[in-house]
Design a protein around this ligand. Structure first.
Ligand SMILES: [Zn+2]
Length: 110
């Protein structure tokens, strides 16, 4: 008898090789019930935090902003952070960015 186990998934982040223009690219991988979802974001530094540029599943260009100056914590404007109380300051972008920046600050002077 065999059982179908959910795929072993793991959340991780990794900086990719910088773009020619110097922009940082960040891979955020999230384990879900359906498997691992990986997405590459081009990370832009802004006066209030970071902007994550990416292509969604339909290949549309999207941008999420992470505000690091919010009084209660880092706040992203993605649907998860906007619509889900438990993700308000804790969406995958905020978690991913924090983890990645702990490994390698961006800008380097942070
Ligand atoms: Zn987010």
């Amino acid at each position: 008898m065999t059982t179908t186990e959910p795929k072993t998934t793991e959340n991780y982040v990794r900086w990719l090789k910088d773009e020619v223009n110097g922009a940082r690219r960040l891979l955020i991988s999230v384990g879900t019930k359906a498997g691992t979802v990986e997405r590459v974001y081009e990370v832009e530094v802004t006066p209030t935090g970071y902007r994550l540029h990416f292509l969604d599943d339909a290949n549309r260009f999207k941008v999420y902003s992470v505000n690091t100056n919010w009084c209660d914590g880092w706040r992203c404007d993605c649907p998860d952070a906007t619509n889900r109380r438990d993700r308000e300051y804790n969406c995958k972008h905020v978690r991913g960015l924090r983890a990645a920046l702990a490994k390698r600050p961006y800008p380097e002077t942070l």
